[in-house]
Design a protein around this ligand. Structure first.
Ligand code: DGY
Length: 438
């Protein structure tokens, strides 16, 4: 019988398209930003060159202003909607028009810490691209220097249909002619595991606005139909900026230190704006109205990963974390299971995601909550061992949901098994070679 480790290696091989990896066949036939970041981490354990190539190919699609787009369309695949013809970004290669959670610097820093001289050299090559990506976030997504990132589309959060966005989406006016499109995602996955038609109408309305204004980010930020603060992007960006700073010091990029230190200070201070005392945790918030989302998510639990919060705030978050873990067989659900909006199988309205668990466990461990970090990590392993490389999992019964043979789940599994990879094969590279990576 194929072991889960072999299965994970095979999934990455199956989804390999030469210099980039698709998240899964058919449902997501292009290169996605944060998918490629996590995939590179898994690939690194098998073939370091291929891992660096994954990141280099993504950064090849970086916009002149520094933005790394959320999707890179290298061909037009009719299996996916909305494709390049809808976005019309007029870039080469074609891409979508906004970004995604910026995990790249954290992944690169991790690869450097695990690796050797060659990894340091590879990181040095792409350091300027990572720096300009972070600069883009600071300028385009926080033009008023408030220390709070504003996302212009729920897709920019990567947590597409989370109840977090319900208040923002309620304000998006959908024109009458929006009904003229055919979704492809619900051909590949049960519709009760995907966003609803109500949400898709609003997702497309925001894309249509961006296209109409030529993807001018100043106009989109100021006048676009949607602008919300997201604890996910905020905390992932803050952690990645701290990792970028460590990397800059390690690589001797002294001239950049001052600028990056300022960003850390600014976004640490700004994070306070996301603290929702009523809920006892960090919540999404509409940037224009100040209105809070009223539930906790797996992104709320990333405050430890970003290293923010007073002792009192941390204690409240930990109380909620324990309560939520008690209510679920598997940590960490994407929406509070004791909140009315919880749906255990619908995409980001309940299910568990391996990549989020990876970051949550790191943060909890960094903050000294080792027992909780252990629970998150062991649940992640168990979910994958019992159910395979699914896109996401039901936190109540563990069932694998969404796309199957999913790259980032395979990558996280390989990272979690990094010690047994060495033990099993007397060296990671040897074992990987047997599966076609060299
Ligand atoms: C999708 O198509 O569902 C993606 O999550 C958008 O990035």
């Amino acid at each position: 019988m194929t072991s889960r480790i072999e299965e994970a290696i095979n999934v990455l091989k199956m989804n390999d398209r030469g210099d980039y990896t698709v998240p899964t066949n058919r449902l997501y036939p292009y290169q996605w930003n944060w998918d490629s970041g996590f995939t590179a981490l898994g690939l690194w354990h098998l073939d370091k060159n291929r891992a660096w190539l994954e990141l280099a190919s993504l950064l090849n699609a970086q916009w002149k202003d520094g933005m790394v787009p959320h999707i890179v369309f290298r061909q037009n695949d009719p299996d996916y909607f909305p494709g390049p013809g809808v976005w019309q970004t007029k870039t080469s290669p074609s891409t979508s028009g906004h970004s995604q959670p910026p995990v790249l610097a954290s992944i690169v820093w991790e690869m450097v810490q695990m690796g050797g001289l060659d990894d340091i050299n590879r990181a040095r090559e792409i350091f300027p691209d990572l720096l300009s990506y972070h600069r883009w976030f600071c300028e385009a997504r926080d033009p008023k220097k408030s220390g709070v990132i504003g996302i212009i589309h729920p897709w920019e959060s990567g947590r597409d249909n989370c109840p977090d966005w319900d208040i923002g989406l309620a304000g998006v006016d959908v024109p009458n002619n929006i009904g003229e499109y055919i979704r492809r995602d619900t051909v590949h996955v049960d519709s009760d595991q995907r966003p609803t038609g109500y949400q898709y109408d609003r997702f497309l309305t925001i894309v249509n606005f961006g296209r109409k204004v030529g993807w001018n980010h100043e106009i989109i930020y100021n006048d676009g139909p949607f602008l919300m603060a997201d604890p996910g992007v905020q905390f992932i960006f803050l952690r990645a900026t701290k990792d970028l700073l460590e990397m800059a010091r390690h690589l001797g990029q002294d001239s950049t230190l001052h600028e990056i230190e300022d960003w850390v200070e600014r976004f640490e201070a700004g994070s306070e704006w996301l603290w929702n005392e009523k809920v006892g945790g960090y919540c999404a918030r509409d940037l224009r109205t100040g209105k809070f989302s009223n539930g906790l998510t797996n992104a709320s639990m990333l405050s430890f990963y970003a290293g923010v919060g007073s002792v009192e705030q941390q204690n409240k978050s930990i109380d909620n974390c324990c309560r939520i873990m008690k209510a679920c067989k598997f940590a960490m659900p994407s929406w509070d299971p004791q909140h009315p909006g919880f749906e255990s199988h619908r995409y980001w309205r309940g299910p568990v995601w391996a990549i989020m668990n990876y970051m949550i466990a790191r943060g909890l461990s960094d903050a000294g909550f080792e027992d909780l970090a252990f629970r998150v990590t062991s649940d992640t392993k168990l979910l994958i061992e019992e159910n395979g490389m699914a896109e996401y999992f039901d936190p109540l019964i563990g069932k694998g949901l969404g796309g199957m043979n999913f790259s980032w789940t395979a990558a996280i599994y390989l990272d979690l098994c990094r010690d047994s990879l060495i033990k099993d094969s007397r060296g990671i590279v040897t074992r990987a070679r047997a599966h076609g990576f060299n």
